[in-house]
Design a protein around this ligand. Structure first.
Ligand SMILES: O=C(CO)COP(=O)(O)O
Length: 260
């Protein structure tokens, strides 16, 4: 399909979810910081909870390790109690924002339409969305994986310019693999991620499809990273549990580094 894998920098992001107090976050990121010396061709991102963003940005200042948020609202400011805007995230030093994680879809009423609004808002402010898509076990067993991915991706990515689509990060996270210890096989992950890339090609053209970085997420550990990263369309990982300890997150980044 003419995809030049060498032009896409691998990207490993740690989604800390609702873990780590301020002091715990500071200790973890001090442990992650030495990665700056070894990452080379790999983009490394940590996504702490909102309460720890400022501290984590401070610790990582001057390094190449980037910081992301786990969610965002689409307005710049206003009477929206409890929400955080892209303007605030940019101001605090974030470069990435996870959007549409399956836990937000499952527990907090995140819809494809909201995902689309958030992606556009984040892009407007020069932040990079990490858009999550993925099927449940029931959907996979019913043979509906591609249909579900198509629906989530077409709604989530609607109305972008081709260069915006190319600059995105997309995370394929099968819901049944999250926090379960069950990783999708390298081939299953590759197959769905190649399908996502083919959708981007259909909608936004070959340059965007060749450029967009697509991660796998779901029980990624140091010992399964190399197999996933060896797949031609898998450009990185969105890591949950294994990002909560510096040693395992470091092991994943190092395994990805071997592909870069
Ligand atoms: O949801 C995830 C990352 O966003 C994956 O979580 P685990 O790595 O804990 O399975």
């Amino acid at each position: 399909m003419g995809v030049d894998v060498t032009s896409r920098r691998p990207i490993i992001a740690g989604n800390w979810k609702m873990f780590k107090t301020l002091s715990e976050a500071a200790a973890l990121v001090e442990g992650v910081k030495p990665l700056d010396a070894v990452t080379g061709g790999v983009d490394v991102v940590v996504c702490p909870p909102f309460t720890a963003l400022d501290r984590v940005v401070g610790v990582l200042r001057g390094t190449g390790i980037a910081v992301g948020a786990q969610d965002v609202y689409w307005e710049d400011s206003g009477a929206f109690t409890g929400e955080i805007s892209p303007v605030m995230l940019k101001d605090i030093g974030c470069r990435y924002v996870i959007i549409g994680h399956s836990e937000r879809r499952q527990f907090f009423g995140e819809t494809d339409e909201k995902v689309n609004r958030k992606i556009k808002a984040v892009l407007k402010h020069g932040l990079v969305p990490i858009m999550c898509v993925g099927e449940t076990l029931a959907e996979r067993e019913a043979g509906r994986t591609e249909e579900v991915i198509h629906t989530q991706a077409s709604a989530g990515l609607a109305g972008l310019a081709p260069d915006q689509a190319g600059g995105l990060v997309i995370a394929y996270e099968p819901v049944w693999a999250i926090g379960t210890g069950k990783t999708a096989s390298d081939q299953d992950a590759q197959q769905v991620i190649a399908y996502i890339r083919s959708l981007v090609r259909d909608w936004y053209g070959a340059p965007a499809a060749d450029q967009v970085r697509i991660q796998y997420g779901g029980s990624v550990k140091p010992n399964n990273t190399a197999g996933l990263m060896a797949q031609p369309d898998i450009d990185g990982a969105l890591v949950g549990g294994a990002s909560l300890e510096a040693a395992s997150f470091t092991g994943i980044v190092q395994a990805a580094h071997d592909k870069s």
